[in-house]
Design a protein around this ligand. Structure first.
Ligand SMILES: NC(=O)c1ccc[n+]([C@@H]2O[C@H](COP(=O)([O-])OP(=O)(O)OC[C@H]3O[C@@H](n4cnc5c(N)ncnc54)[C@H](O)[C@@H]3O)[C@@H](O)[C@H]2O)c1
Ligand SMILES: [Zn+2]
Length: 369
C-alpha cells in the first residue's frame, strides 16, 4: 500500500512525499506537473546511475518532452561549486528553460546539489527529490535545505528551496551497503530520542526486521521518521527555533566528522555525538544514569559506534566552536530530558562538552586498565 504525507507551510500544502516499492508510479505523480511539455534532467551520482537511472528513464521517457541524465562521481568530495558549474553547463547545452524540471536521484549529496542548482539556475526551476539512501529518505530530502560545501566548510553555500515532490522507492534501500544503511539508522534513532519514546521502542522491537530490511518495516520506519521531520520543519521552516532540536548529536558529531577528515560516515558521527550529548544530559541531572547507559548501548545492535580511539578530545572541543548552531559565543546544545524529549540548552559549558567528548574517547590506556 502506498502512503503519502503532505508538507505544509502557513497551512498551505507545499509538496507531497509518496512512498512506493518501485519507480512505476513516478510518471503518474509527475504528470500532475504537466511533464509532457517539459524536459527532465535526472541528476545522479556514478553509483546510483549504474543502479537506477535506466529504471527511472524507462518510466519517464514517453511521458515527457525529453529526459537526459547528468552523473557526477559519487561521494561528499563532489559536493562543491565545481559540480554545480558542470551541471549549469550541461543544462545550458541541453537548452533547459525555466519551465523544465530537475530530478535528484541519489543520496543526500545528490539531493543537496540538485536542490541548490534548482534554486539558482535561471533564478529557480522546479525539482523533485528521489532519495535513495536511508539518510536521504528520513532526513535530507525533506525540509528544503539545499547547498554545497565550500573549501573545508560543510554546507557553507546554499538556499532553502522546496521540491515539488519527494518520491521514495523503499526497495532501493536494499542495495545500500551495510555501513551506509546503519549510518541512516542513527538519524532514525535520533527522532525517537528527541521526539517520541514510543517510536524509539518500536525501533528496538523491530530490530530483526530492520536488519532484514523488510519492506513493510522500512516503509513504516521511513514514514514515521518523515512525520517527525515534517512536524518540526513545518513549525520552523528556516531554523529560527525548534528545528534546532534536529541537531541532537550533531554538535560533537560534526566536530568528530571534521577531525576524522570525513573517514567516518555522518550517521556514525551522529551516534557518537548522541552518546556524548546523552552523557552531558545525565551529568546535568536531566537523565538518570540507567537511562544514559541504555541510550548508549542501544546504538551497538544497530552497528553504530559508541566510542572512538583516534581523536584528540581537545581538538574536538575546539572544532565544536565552529559549529554553525551558535548564538553569539554560546553553543545552543541539544540535550535530552528523557527518551522522547529534547531541550535546547544554552548553558552547557566548555568543560561539560569536553567531559562528553572524553566519554566517547576510548584511549589505549583505558584498554590496559
Ligand atoms: N539537506 C539536508 O537537510 C541534509 C540533512 C542531512 C544530511 N545532508 C547531507 O547529505 C549528505 C549525505 O547523504 P548520504 O548519506 O545519502 O550520502 P551520499 O549521497 O554520499 O550517498 C552515500 C553513498 O551511497 C551510494 N548510494 C546511494 N543510494 C544507493 C542505493 N540505493 N544503493 C547503493 N548505493 C547507494 C551513493 O552513491 C554514495 O556512494 C551530506 O552531504 C549531508 O551534508 C543534508
Ligand atoms: Zn544528520
Amino acid at each position: 500500500m502506498s502512503q503519502r504525507l503532505t508538507i505544509n507551510q502557513n497551512n498551505k500544502p507545499i509538496y507531497d512525499i509518496v512512498y512506493e516499492n518501485d519507480f512505476s508510479q513516478l510518471s503518474d505523480e509527475l504528470e500532475k506537473f504537466d511533464i509532457l511539455n517539459k524536459k527532465l534532467c535526472i541528476i545522479t551520482d556514478s553509483k546510483v546511475n549504474g543502479l537506477y537511472s535506466d529504471d527511472v528513464c524507462n518510466v519517464l521517457k514517453d511521458k515527457c518532452k525529453q529526459v537526459v541524465v547528468f552523473s557526477f562521481p559519487d561521494g561528499e568530495k563532489s559536493k562543491n561549486l565545481d559540480t554545480v558549474k558542470n551541471i549549469y553547463e550541461f543544462l545550458i547545452q541541453n537548452k533547459f528553460e525555466r519551465k523544465d524540471m530537475l530530478l535528484a536521484l541519489g543520496g543526500g549529496v545528490v539531493g543537496d546539489i540538485t536542490g541548490f542548482v534548482a534554486a539558482t539556475y535561471l533564478r529557480g526551476v522546479d525539482f523533485v527529490q528521489i532519495p535513495t539512501t536511508l539518510l536521504a529518505q528520513v532526513d535530507s530530502s525533506v525540509g528544503g535545505k539545499t547547498g554545497v560545501d565550500f573549501d573545508q566548510y560543510k554546507n557553507m553555500v546554499g538556499a532553502f528551496y522546496m521540491p515539488k515532490l519527494v518520491y521514495m522507492n523503499l526497495a532501493v534501500l536494499r542495495s545500500l551497503d551495510d555501513r551506509q544503511y546503519y549510518a541512516g539508522m542513527a538519524e532514525v534513532m535520533k527522532y525517537g530520542l528527541i521526539k517520541n519514546a514510543t517510536f524509539y521502542e518500536w525501533i528496538i522491537d523491530h530490530m530483526y526486521e530492520i536488519h532484514d530490511r523488510d519492506l513493510e518495516t522500512l516503509e513504516e520506519m521511513v514514514v514515521k521518521s518523515c512525520t517527525f521531520k515534517k512536524l518540526v520543519v513545518e513549525k520552523d521552516p528556516t531554523e529560527k527555533g525548534e528545528r534546532a532540536i534536529l541537531n541532537f548529536g550533531h554538535t560533537i558529531g560534526h566536530a568528530v566528522e571534521k577531525a576524522m577528515n570525513f573517514e567516518l560516515l555522518h550517521g556514525e558521527c551522529v551516534a557518537l555525538g548522541s552518546v556524548a550529548a546523552a552523557y552531558i544530559s545525565w551529568k546535568k541531572n536531566l537523565l538518570s544514569m540507567d537511562e544514559y547507559y541504555e541510550i548508549r548501548d542501544m546504538f551497538v545492535p544497530f552497528n553504530l559506534p559508541i566510542s572512538i580511539d583516534n581523536i584528540d578530545p581537545e581538538e574536538i572541543l575546539s572544532l565544536t566552536a565552529s559549529d554553525k548552531k551558535m548564538e553569539g559565543n554560546q553553543i545552543k546544545f541539544i540535550l535530552l530530558k528523557k527518551v522522547g524529549k529534547a531541550i535546547i540548552d544554552s548553558t552547557v559549558t566548555q568543560e561539560e562538552i569536553l567531559e562528553g567528548i572524553k566519554e566517547i574517547y576510548f584511549s589505549e590506556e583505558d584498554e590496559h586498565e
